[in-house]
Design a protein around this ligand. Structure first.
Ligand SMILES: Nc1ncnc2c1ncn2[C@@H]1O[C@H](COP(=O)(O)OP(=O)(O)OP(=O)(O)O)[C@@H](O)[C@H]1O
Length: 306
């Protein structure tokens, strides 16, 4: 089965203000693609349009070659959506709610039971099938939200900030589940957290002020945000001039008497060099950590790219 999402010249205006401008991208294999952007960047607007929940002002969305504008019912059968607030019925049991979701997705009546069982199985909620959704933890509610998004076996699953509001253990579980879903579907996942996208996604589309500012593999993105500074804690630190004299070091800032930030340029083995110098010169290095650019800095830098 072909699997393909294409977004072409997508723009949207709420009342008088444009939320997104000329968004273009294409995904044609299963796997997880991250939509990364700060709050208000335009992620939800883009996702809502792709899922047919919001009608765009301009541009087109094609799914498996079909235009969402021209054939909305058929196209929506190929999409599963978990919006930022999961559309759950708290007073239904998991099974009742998923049965309702299966009917909404026009699943053949004869196949509803099986589809519900499969979705519960895949998302690990089968043992809670007769529990009221109200009585589930946040992590399990989110799994039910994901179950309704995959119940009709769509080609594309869109997850808007799916780990937001979960506790650290629930986040780990949710990530595992999303990784499994990404093996069978195109998953488009939004987040404003770089680590989240980094851990889960093969490719990244970065959006800022409603425009795409970067789109490539996660590896290419990581190369772009190579560390340029490190933090070092030394029991017996040298004078800043001595550190600054090391080849590749461009600036040194002492934050406390024993802790300093060392800036460097294009020197991949700088940590090794500093460790060796510490041993040779008795600086008694206790800690050394590379610092990646802050997401805000990356946004700023990418936003001024041509
Ligand atoms: N219904 C609306 N009416 C007017 N403006 C809106 C509406 N929804 C979003 N906006 C504006 O559109 C812009 C993009 O919002 P959007 O919700 O798409 O961003 P986002 O990246 O998903 O942010 P967040 O992570 O905070 O949800 C923002 O400036 C927002 O204030």
């Amino acid at each position: 089965m072909s699997i393909h999402l294409k977004v072409e010249h997508l723009s949207h205006r709420y009342a008088t203000a444009w939320a997104i401008h000329d968004i273009n991208f294409e995904i044609n294999t299963t796997g997880i693609v991250g939509l990364l952007g700060s709050n208000g960047a335009g992620k939800s607007t883009t996702m809502n349009i792709i899922c047919g929940v919001l009608k765009q002002t301009e541009g087109d969305v094609f799914i498996n070659g079909m235009n969402l504008k021209e054939d909305p019912l058929q196209v929506k059968r190929q999409i599963g959506f978990l919006p930022q607030t999961a559309p759950l019925h708290l007073e239904s049991t998991v099974e009742e709610y998923l049965t309702y979701a299966a009917h909404l997705r026009f699943i053949d009546k004869m196949k509803v039971k099986q589809a519900v069982a499969e979705a519960m199985d895949k998302t690990g909620v089968a043992h809670f099938s007769s529990r009221l959704i109200r009585n589930l933890s946040g992590g399990y509610r989110q799994r039910v939200g994901i179950a309704q998004a995959i119940i009709h076996k769509p080609s594309i699953v869109v997850l808007d900030e799916p780990t937001n509001g979960l506790d650290p253990n629930q986040i780990i579980e949710a990530r595992r589940l999303i990784q499994r879903i990404g093996q069978e579907h195109i998953v488009l996942l939004s987040s404003h957290v770089l680590t989240e996208i980094n851990l889960l996604c093969r490719d990244v589309i970065m959006i800022e002020n409603g425009r795409i500012v970067f789109t490539d593999s996660m590896d290419a993105f990581n190369n772009y945000v190579q560390p340029t500074s490190l933090l070092a804690v030394m029991e017996n630190p040298p004078a800043s001039a001595e550190l600054q004299a090391i080849d590749g070091v461009s600036k040194v800032e002492f934050l406390t008497a024993k802790k300093c930030r060392i800036y460097f340029s294009n020197k991949s083995n700088i940590a090794e060099t500093i460790i060796a110098a510490s041993i040779a010169r008795g600086w008694r290095l206790q800690e050394i950590n590379l610092e990646r650019s802050l997401l805000d800095d990356v946004f700023k830098e990418l936003s001024v790219q041509p």
